[in-house]
Design a protein around this ligand. Structure first.
Ligand code: GTP
Ligand code: MG
Length: 337
């Protein structure tokens, strides 16, 4: 990181790193550019920020390239408990999995490069949803200039591979190299709790927790046994599930896996004297607090919050707690302002 960055700039950068929503990220990028000390030492960083602003502004605000109105959007606004991107080489079954898991009409084709644009869909789990974003394949033949921008809002990814594909080791290595060029690394470490802003000096580096899905298990007898060999050959140390988009094998494990590894916490709010709103929980991550719940309801409520009452499995039966109180899965929270 260049020296002599002002506290003002660092604050804007910290806000950018913490922001997930594309419009919010664009706002903070513009703020970073506005306040960055303008001298030789920051030339490189300034250019980087300008590039990111251009990319995101074109996507969110600009006329579509080539004048095609209503073109599919490349950056998907996060919804549900978490946004999970589907990554993988061509033809590995990303869209087939997406269609099966979310009921989307994602286009499945028996040839590579079927998918051209991001396609969001919702994977139901108990009373919540995870957002799965189907993506075009990532391969040297098919560079996606907007890939990094599209992945900025993802909490994690599913790396979908077809181990019956002769070149699968090389394909996955090529994919990781392409991601690394864009400063994105796939990591085995799923932070169980609130997403941490990326560590390190590079505000544009992205560490994406990844789960390998070894797909097409119906076609490959003994796939589970081959999996470790594949991981070793590809130099990958990622958690993995053996699945089939065709038969549904292994897919029932995905929702619980994501729920547990992301540390999702469901909170049901209630108004004083009324029963809890049991249909639509707010979703948070382990470690988040009553204040975070209030902010999800409304910023004004978070500001005016005096105390809350909590009922839950942790033994709370309507006790009064302060805004710093960490919530747990299944808690019922009554906010008092
Ligand atoms: N037998 C079997 N075939 C599958 C499975 N998943 C996908 N396929 C087939 O594999 C081919 C490719 O599937 P897609 O879902 O289009 O693959 P994709 O990864 O989205 O491909 P691109 O969009 O080109 O990257 C299709 O012919 C699918 O029917 C599976 O679990 N078992
Ligand atoms: Mg596809």
């Amino acid at each position: 990181m260049p020296a002599n960055l002002s506290p003002e700039y660092k604050a804007a950068e910290a806000a950018f790193r913490a922001a997930r929503e594309p419009r919010e990220r664009l706002h903070w990028l513009r703020e970073m550019l506005r306040v960055i000390p303008k001298h030789k030492g920051t030339d490189h960083l300034q250019a980087d920020i300008k590039h990111r602003i251009k990319e995101l502004a074109e996507e969110l605000e600009g006329p579509r390239k080539g004048g095609t109105r209503g073109a599919p959007s490349l950056v998907v606004r996060p919804e549900g408990a978490a946004q999970i991107a589907l990554l993988g080489p061509p033809n590995s079954g990303k869209s087939a999995l997406h269609a099966r898991l979310t009921g989307s009409g994602a286009h499945v084709g028996p040839y590579p490069y079927t998918t051209q644009h991001p396609e969001p869909g919702m994977l139901p789990f108990e009373d919540i949803h995870f957002q799965l974003v189907d993506l075009p394949p990532v391969s040297p033949e098919h560079p996606l200039p907007w890939l990094a921008a599209a992945l900025q809002s993802a909490d994690a990814c599913l790396l979908v591979v077809d181990l019956a594909e002769a070149g699968c080791v090389e394909q996955v290595q090529a994919l990781r190299a392409i991601l690394l060029e864009r400063r994105i690394s796939l990591v085995a470490d799923w932070p169980e709790g609130a997403p941490q802003p990326p560590a390190g000096d590079d505000p544009f580096a992205l560490r994406l927790p990844a789960l390998l899905l070894a797909n097409k298990a119906d076609r490959i007898p003994g796939l589970a046994g081959e999996l470790q060999t594949f991981l070793d050959l590809a130099g990958l140390a990622l958690p993995a599930l053996v699945v089939s988009a065709e038969t549904g094998q292994g897919l029932g494990e995905l929702g619980p896996w994501l729920f547990g590894r992301l540390g999702v916490v469901r909170v049901y709010t209630k108004a004083p004297g009324k029963p809890p709103e049991h249909r639509h929980p707010y979703t948070l991550r382990r470690g988040q607090t009553v204040e975070d719940v209030a902010r999800l309801v409304h910023q004004d409520i978070a500001t005016a919050l005096k105390y809350a009452r909590v009922w839950g499995r942790s033994g709370f039966a309507g006790q009064q707690v302060g805004r710093e109180h960490p919530v747990e899965d299944g808690d019922v929270v009554e906010l008092h302002v």
